[in-house]
Design a protein around this ligand. Structure first.
Ligand SMILES: C[S@@+](CC[C@H](N)C(=O)[O-])C[C@H]1O[C@@H](n2cnc3c(N)ncnc32)[C@H](O)[C@@H]1O
Length: 204
């Protein structure tokens, strides 16, 4: 792999590239809990083959991406941003042991779950805020994925610009399993989100 984590602090199998923001993990997990989206280790191991919520829809997009990566010349270095519990990073790591997969997130609990459930020599779980990443990420990745994660980032243009600087010469960014709205649909989509957040707050 063209990145060296050997001198980086590691705890519970997770490498810490930027200081932890404990507040984010706490609030994020509180919402996920309300949504009933915190999965047990046993369920995480099964993903995406879980017969509830959106999971049946995600099987196809996962297979499509995995098959695509398998057509690429190895070795590849792949960054999965917002990897959460690590299931998708693990699926990519299974394609070839020659590839190196870095799952990155700012949610310590899920990263620790990822490192506990999925152990592979070519799979690394990193705690880092993507906007505070060290310069060592520049020009390093053949592919970057945001799977079910792009909606967490306010500044789409800024994020894309940053991620492009992390790519190798013919590198690619893949945005997967995320809703995109036409301009005239945005207000309605925001309203739905607001209603969900209200329900979550009132149910506390
Ligand atoms: C909905 S979850 C993604 C779930 C996962 N990719 C999946 O497919 O099941 C979005 C993730 O983005 C992470 N995230 C949000 N802002 C981030 C940032 N600035 N840097 C890194 N990760 C971030 C969150 O912690 C969260 O785990």
């Amino acid at each position: 792999m063209n990145l060296d984590f050997s001198r980086i602090t590691q705890q519970e199998g997770v490498y810490y590239l930027t200081p932890e923001d404990a507040g984010f993990s706490k609030h994020y997990l509180a919402v996920r809990e309300k949504e009933n989206r915190i999965l047990t280790d046993a369920d995480v191991r099964k993903l995406p083959f879980l017969n509830r919520d959106e999971w049946p829809y995600r099987v196809k997009s996962t297979e499509r991406f995995i098959n695509y990566i398998a057509t690429k010349k190895q070795p590849q270095t792949i960054l999965t941003i917002g990897c959460g519990n690590g299931w998708f990073s693990n699926k990519i790591a299974e394609v070839s042991s020659e590839n190196a997969i870095i799952g990155l997130d700012v949610n310590r609990e899920e990263l620790e779950q990822a490192a506990r459930v999925f152990k592979k020599d070519n799979l690394y779980f990193i705690y880092a805020d993507i906007f505070k990443i060290p310069a060592s990420f520049h020009g390093k990745f053949d592919s970057i994925t945001l799977n079910g994660a792009i909606q967490y980032f306010k500044d789409f243009e800024g994020l894309m610009q940053l991620l492009q600087s992390f790519l190798t010469e013919n590198g690619e960014i893949h945005i997967i399993d995320s809703p995109f709205y036409k301009t005239n649909e945005i207000a309605a989509a925001k309203n739905v989100r607001k209603r969900i957040m209200k329900i979550l707050v009132f149910q506390k």
